[in-house]
Structures are given as structure tokens and as C-alpha cells.
Design a protein around this ligand. Structure first.
Ligand code: PHE
Length: 445
């Protein structure tokens, strides 16, 4: 099947669009707040640099060489055990599993956009009531908002790589950066701006727990979109002469830059208005709206821009979570694109409803897995088990199953022999060990 190709900038922005998501604007600030700031950020940055970039490059390499869906890419280069390796390719399904809750959270953002227009909560009690009411007692609002997200994502996906994914990212990614830079310039006038900077960048290693390290490593995988084939299928649509190494560096840079930017903005606002950094997942949904409401009309504009930016970030990642499945159904099952998009969307829409019902007060008790709600259980499984599994399969495949000469042929002109040797060592030894460490700790410690 002949796919339309990305332009170079289109690829970098689309891959960055995949990477920059709710992970950067919602999750990064709240876990940084929970785990004490600077030292946590340091571990996260070091992991991105030494493991994240290597794996990102490995996944891009598989996509560019294979040029097809994830299963076919594994099959193509498997020297032996073709059948078994092709099975590894089914890791693309993780994207749909992530979407069952990711799309629900995008729905919450739509709801907060609506609140930004109609009136944000002004006290903490009110803010908590509104969030809890949405989360525990308003399944219909959540289902409708989730459906809106499903429809937008589907509408982009049916237009394909060139007319949908690339176009959407070329517009939204620069807009997102503009919004965040604008908000940062606004926050620079606060006294708390320097406090936010030192909270994020002055490490206090005495605050660093073992759990914080695991979360930092796990988050660096999630935020770079490693291990589920998203970046791989984008790279499959790269033109021949593109430089993978510099693309991987750009994507990692943009992803990190935007997470830090969002962190600076959010903590400047929080510290300026006496908010608590260690608030957990409700940080941007509960603490920030009250602050925006305090600022009057300016606050409404700021709130609209903030939630709009967050919606953009979420949607550009969402399309990359579904595209691997769409591509598989098209190329392996011969489905028309519209049919592939419809059934993939239907799948995560339906399971997304179960996620919503698993946190709704009246239905929660039917949808528990052990002590966790289905929602929490799936999120936990993705973060601590499924994504690391995908990462390790890709590292082992590129490091051991693919022929070294094939790998070198693609990369050495991009990065030179010395860097290639360092990267190859990292893919064979460092990345798999780090992933094993992460999975072991997350599951058993
Ligand atoms: N990286 C995205 C985020 O930070 C999530 C994601 C994971 C997207 C895996 C695609 C693949 O929100």
C-alpha cells in the first residue's frame, strides 16, 4: 500500500505532536509537585537524554526501514522466529487501550473550556465540588464530551497522514507553543516566577525517594510516546533522505521544552496565589481554575488559552495513539480507511464508557479490579507494565534481531561512527536493563 509521505517539518511536528500531550501539561506538573520538584526533574531529564532518545531513535529506525504497519515492520526484519516476532508487533493495540481513558480526560478539558466561558469556580470547595461532581456523578456529560473527542480524532484520521495528521499538527503545534510562551511572558511579571524556577531546577536530593525515581523513569517513556508503535508508523511515512537522528533530537527537545514551559507557567501561578504544589491529579483541574477566576476578565482569557492549549496537546497525541491500529487494519486486513477508523473509534469509545462508569458512584462497585477502579487499573497497567514491555521489545529487536549492518547503514551517515557505537551500546544493554528495572520495581516493590 502506497502511503503519502510527510514533509520533514511535518514529520518532526507530528512526532512532537504525538509526544507532547496530556503527559506534559497535566501529568508532568502534578507528579513534579507530588515528588518534590528539582531532583525529580533532574532524574526525568537524565533519563530522557540517556535512554529516551535512544529508544525513540530505535523506534523511528524500525518504522523507516519497514515502511509499513507495526506487525509487518517486526516481521520484515526478523531473521528467525518470524511468527513470534510478528506477535510482538501487536503492541500497537496498547494505543487503543490508552485511548479508553485518554479520550475521557480530553473530554474533561472540553468541559473546562465550557466552564471558562460560563464561569469558573472561585473557592477551593467549589472547585473540588465541580471536579468531583463531573468525575463521580455526571456520566452523561463525560460520555458526550468523550464522544466529541472521538469524533474530532476520527475526522482527522480519515483524512490520512498528509491531509489530516500532518496538516492538523502543522497548525496546532506552533499554536500550542505560542500559547504557552504567551502565558509564560505573562507569568514573568509575578514575584513567584523565580520561585517556580528554583522549585523546578534546584535539586534537593534529600527529597528523592525510590518511588520518585521509578515515576520519573516511567514518565519519560510515556511522555516520549515510546513503545507502542505511534512514532514507528509516523516514521514509516518518512521520505527516503530524512535524517532520523536529528529528528529524534528535535522531538525529545520539543517534548521536554514544552513540559518545562508548562511547569514554569503552572507553578508561577500556583505560588503567586498560594496554591499547593502537591495536589495530585486534580492540580490543573482544581487549583488552577480558582486562580484564573481571581484574575477577572484577564483570567477568563488565560483560562481559555490554557485549556485550549491542553486540548490541542491531547488531540495531537490521541491521533497518534489510534493511527497504528488504523494502519494495521488497512494494510493487513485490506480494510478501507473509513472502515478502519470507524471500528477503532468504536472500540475505544465503547470501552471508554466502561471507564467512565467505573468511576461513577452508582456503578463503580460493578467495575472494580481488586481495590482499583477499572480506570485506575488500566492507567496503572499502561504506565508500569505495557509501555515498558513495548520499549523492551523494540530495544531487543533493534539491538539483537536486526542485522547490525542494516541498522548502521541507515544511521551512521546521520550520526557518525562514534555516536553510533554509543547509541548501539545503549540500545543493547542500557535501555533493556533500565526498562527491566522499571517494570520490576513497579510490579513488585
Ligand atoms: N506522549 C503522550 C503524552 O505525553 C502520550 C502517548 C503515549 C501518546 C504513547 C502516544 C503514544 O501525553
Amino acid at each position: 500500500m502506497q502511503q503519502a509521505k510527510f514533509s520533514r517539518i511535518g514529520f518532526v511536528l507530528s512526532a512532537a505532536g504525538a509526544a507532547v500531550g496530556l503527559g506534559n501539561i497535566w501529568k508532568f506538573p502534578y507528579i513534579t509537585g507530588l515528588y518534590g520538584g528539582g531532583a525529580f526533574v533532574m532524574v526525568y531529564l537524565v533519563t530522557i537524554l540517556f535512554i529516551g532518545v535512544s529508544l525513540l531513535l530505535a523506534e523511528m529506525l524500525m518504522g523507516k526501514r519497514g515502511g509499513s504497519d507495526v506487525v509487518s515492520n517486526f516481521e520484515k526484519d526478523a531473521p528467525s522466529h518470524k511468527w513470534a516476532w510478528a506477535k510482538a508487533g501487536y503492541l500497537f493495540v496498547i494505543g487503543l487501550i490508552i485511548m479508553t481513558f485518554y479520550s475521557v480526560v480530553i473530554g474533561w478539558i472540553f468541559y473546562y473550556l465550557y466552564l471558562a466561558i460560563t464561569g469558573l469556580p472561585t473557592t477551593l470547595d467549589q472547585a473540588q465540588d465541580i471536579f468531583n461532581h463531573l468525575y463521580h456523578q455526571s456520566p452523561w456529560i463525560q460520555i458526550i464530551a468523550h464522544l466529541v473527542s472521538v469524533l474530532i480524532v476520527g475526522a482527522i484520521l480519515v483524512r490520512g497522514i498528509k491531509g489530516g495528521i500532518e496538516k492538523f499538527n502543522l497548525v496546532l503545534m506552533p499554536l500550542l507553543i505560542l500559547i504557552l510562551v504567551g502565558l509564560m511572558l505573562y507569568a514573568m511579571q509575578f514575584e513567584s516566577f523565580s520561585k517556580a524556577l528554583s522549585f523546578l531546577f534546584m535539586p534537593d536530593f534529600s527529597k528523592l525517594s525510590a518511588e520518585a525515581i521509578i515515576r520519573a523513569v516511567g514518565h519519560s517513556f510515556f511522555t516520549l510516546s515510546i513503545g507502542i508503535g505511534s512514532i514507528m508508523v509516523y516514521a514509516a511515512a518518512l521520505p527516503k533522505e530524512s535524517n532520523l537522528f536529528s529528528s529524534a533530537l528535535w522531538v525529545a527537545f520539543l517534548d521536554t521544552f514544552i513540559a518545562l514551559l508548562a511547569g514554569i507557567v503552572i507553578f508561577s501561578f500556583l505560588f503567586q496565589f498560594g496554591g499547593e504544589p502537591a495536589k495530585g491529579p486534580g492540580l490543573v483541574f482544581m487549583s488552577l481554575p480558582i486562580i484564573f477566576a481571581k484574575l477577572g476578565t484577564v483570567g477568563t482569557v488565560v483560562a481559555l488559552l490554557f485549556f485550549l492549549g491542553m486540548a490541542f496537546a491531547g488531540l495531537t497525541s490521541a491521533i497518534s495513539l489510534v493511527e497504528p491500529t488504523v494502519m494495521y487494519l488497512e494494510s493487513r486486513w485490506g480494510w478501507r480507511k473509513s472502515k478502519a477508523v470507524f471500528w477503532s473509534s468504536f472500540f475505544y469509545f465503547a470501552f471508554g464508557i466502561l471507564m467512565i462508569l467505573s468511576v461513577t458512584d452508582t456503578t463503580q462497585s460493578y467495575l472494580m479490579i481488586g481495590k482499583k477502579t477499572l480506570f485506575d487499573a488500566v492507567e496503572f497497567a499502561v504506565d508500569s507494565f505495557l509501555m515498558p514491555l513495548g520499549g523492551i521489545l523494540i530495544a531487543i529487536f533493534v539491538g539483537y534481531a536486526m542485522k547490525k549492518e542494516d541498522v548502521r547503514a541507515i544511521l551512521s551517515k546521520d550520526m557518525g561512527d562514534t555516536l553510533f557505537a554509543v547509541w548501539y551500546f545503549s540500545i543493547r544493554y542500557i535501555a533493556p536493563l533500565a526498562v527491566l528495572f522499571l517494570a520490576y520495581n513497579a510490579l513488585f516493590v
